[in-house]
Design a protein. Structure first.
Length: 475
C-alpha cells in the first residue's frame, strides 16, 4: 500500500509550495499541496516566560503543512475600501494564493517599489474598482455602523474587525469627531452630505466644508488618490518596465444585465490567470487546479454557480484539447450559494449585524433606507469626476478615444480622458483569458460611466441646472 501511494505521488505534477508555518518554499506533489492533514516536521515554538529567560534546546514536532501559491514578491493587491476587497481576499485565502495586500491606503514605500526598475520589485498590481458613488454610500453607512454612538450598548474599543460589528464598536477622540460629523452635521444621511457638495450659499463655505468632511470619513480615499503615482506630469515618458501589469476587478451590476454581478467570477478568473502564469500551459496542472477551485467554491460557499471549467478555456482550441475531462468538476448548487458579500442594492449587512432590541440599533440604522436624490447623485459625480475619467482612461487610449467619441457612438464617455497617464493603465482588463472575459470586465467599467454620464458632462452646467432640466423634461 505504501509503495502504491509513493508511486501515485511520483506521477502527480509538482506545485511550488510556500509553507506559512516554516516560511520556506519547496515543491510538493499536487495532492499534498491541498491536503491540510499532511504533516511536516518543524521546530517547536514555546512562548512561555521561562523559555524567554533561558534558552533551551529546540525540539522537533509535526505540524500541518500550510501550502500557499506565493505571489507576494511579484503581485500587490490594492484593497480599496467598500469595493469588494474583503470578498477578493476571502477567495484568495480559500484558493491558497498569497498576494501582498495594501489597505486602507498605499504607503510611499509600496509605491516606490511598484515604480522601481529593480528586478526584485513587484511587477503586477491588482485593484478592486467600484462605482465611486456606490462606494461613497456604502462607506457612509458602514462608518455609521462601525462607530460608537452616544447611547451605543456594544463593547467599545479602538479596534475591532468587521465580523465583530454586531458586538463591538470603534471609538477614539478622532473617531468621535467623525461620528458627530456623520450623525449630527449630516443627520445620518449620505444625501445631506452629497447635496452639501453643491451648496453655493455663504460664499461657498458650506460646500468647502463638505469637501473637507468627505476626506475625514473612513474609506474616503478616491481611486485617483490610490493611483496618483500612475497619473500626472511625473509619469510622462516613464517606461512600461517596472510595473508591467495592472489589473482591475470591477464590482458592478450593469443595468439590464441578465445575470448576477460578475465580481466573484472576475476574482476567480484573475486568480486562475495568476496560477496559469506560474505553471504555464501544462494541461494536467491547470485541469487539476480548476477542479480544486470548484470543489473549494462548493465546500466553502465563496464561488459563483459556474464552474472554473465553464469560463477558463483560453480559446476554443484549448477547450477541444481538454478531452472533455470535466467529470470530476462539481458545480456549486444554486441553493447553497451564499449571499453576496457586498450587496449593492440593500443594507443586508447592516440589518444582519443589528440587534433589533438594542438602542444602539436605532442609532445606527436610520440611514439604511435613505437614497440619493438626483441632485445628490450629480454633486457626487462632479466630486468624483477624476475617478470616472480614470476609469475611462483604463478603457481607451487617446487614439481609440478620438475615433470612438462621436455623436453616433452608443458609448457615453466623459471628455476628456486623463492626460499623462501611465500606459499600463490600459491593461486593466487584460487578465481575461479570452475576448469574452475581457469584454465582461470592460462592460462593467463602462457601466459605471454610463450610469452617471448625464451628470459628468460639465458642459451641461451646474448640477442644479442639470437636475432642473431633467424635471422639466419629465413634466
Amino acid at each position: 500500500s505504501s509503495a502504491s501511494t509513493t508511486s501515485s505521488l511520483s506521477t502527480e505534477p509538482l506545485l511550488e509550495c510556500f509553507d506559512a508555518t516554516t516560511e520556506t518554499t519547496f515543491r510538493v506533489p499536487f495532492s499534498q499541496f491541498y491536503n491540510s492533514s499532511f504533516l511536516i516536521e518543524t521546530d517547536a515554538r514555546d512562548t512561555s516566560t521561562r523559555t524567554k529567560r533561558k534558552r533551551k534546546r529546540k525540539r522537533k514536532e509535526a505540524t500541518p503543512l500550510r501550502c500557499r501559491h506565493d505571489f507576494r514578491n511579484s503581485t500587490v493587491f490594492f484593497h480599496v475600501g467598500k469595493a469588494g476587497g474583503g470578498t477578493f481576499q476571502t477567495h484568495q485565502r480559500a484558493h491558497r494564493l498569497r498576494l501582498r495586500p495594501v489597505h486602507p491606503s498605499p504607503s510611499s514605500r509600496i509605491v516606490d517599489r511598484l515604480v522601481s526598475l529593480d528586478a526584485s520589485s513587484p511587477d503586477a498590481l491588482v485593484v478592486n474598482v467600484r462605482d465611486p458613488i456606490d462606494r461613497f454610500v456604502s462607506a457612509f453607512r458602514w462608518r455609521l455602523l462601525r462607530l460608537c454612538s452616544p447611547d451605543d450598548e456594544r463593547e467599545r474599543g479602538k479596534r475591532g474587525g468587521a465580523a465583530e460589528a454586531d458586538r463591538r464598536c470603534k471609538i477614539s477622540e478622532e473617531l468621535e469627531e467623525e461620528e458627530r460629523m456623520l450623525r449630527a452635521t449630516y443627520r445620518s444621511d449620505p444625501n445631506v452630505l452629497a447635496e452639501a457638495l453643491c451648496d453655493d450659499g455663504d460664499d461657498g463655505t458650506r460646500r468647502e466644508k463638505a469637501r473637507r468632511d468627505m476626506t475625514r470619513m473612513g474609506h474616503s480615499a478616491t481611486l485617483r488618490e490610490w493611483l496618483d503615482f500612475l497619473v500626472g506630469d511625473h509619469v510622462s515618458g516613464v517606461p512600461t518596465v517596472g510595473l508591467r501589469e495592472f489589473w482591475v476587478v470591477p464590482l458592478e451590476t450593469p443595468p439590464g444585465a441578465d445575470d448576477e454581478p460578475q465580481f466573484e467570477r472576475h476574482v476567480d478568473r484573475l486568480l486562475l490567470s495568476l496560477l496559469r502564469s506560474k505553471y504555464g500551459r501544462d494541461p494536467d496542472v491547470m485541469r487539476r487546479i480548476r477542479r480544486t477551485f470548484d470543489e473549494v467554491n462548493t465546500t466553502v460557499g465563496v464561488g459563483s454557480r459556474h464552474s472554473a471549467a465553464d469560463y477558463y478555456y483560453q480559446d476554443e482550441s484549448d477547450k477541444d484539447n481538454d478531452d472533455g475531462d470535466n467529470d470530476g468538476i462539481r458545480n456549486a448548487d444554486d441553493n447553497t450559494r451564499q449571499t453576496p458579500f457586498h450587496n449593492l442594492n440593500s443594507n443586508t449587512k447592516q440589518n444582519s449585524n443589528a440587534n433589533p432590541n438594542s438602542n444602539s440599533t436605532r442609532a445606527i440604522k436610520p440611514a439604511a433606507a435613505k437614497t440619493l436624490s438626483p441632485l445628490g447623485e450629480c454633486c457626487l459625480a462632479r466630486y468624483y469626476l477624476d475617478d470616472y475619467r480614470l476609469i475611462q482612461t483604463m478603457l481607451f487610449n487617446p487614439e481609440d478615444y478620438d475615433t470612438r467619441h462621436d455623436a453616433a457612438s452608443t458609448t457615453k464617455m466623459i471628455p476628456p480622458i486623463l492626460p499623462n497617464a501611465h500606459p499600463v493603465l490600459q491593461r486593466a482588463c487584460s487578465w481575461g483569458e479570452n475576448a469574452h472575459h475581457r469584454y465582461l470586465c470592460q462592460r462593467d467599467l463602462k457601466s459605471m460611466i454610463e450610469r452617471r454620464a448625464k451628470y459628468l458632462d460639465v458642459q451641461q452646467g451646474s448640477c442644479r441646472r442639470v437636475v432642473k432640466g431633467d424635471d422639466a423634461d419629465g413634466g
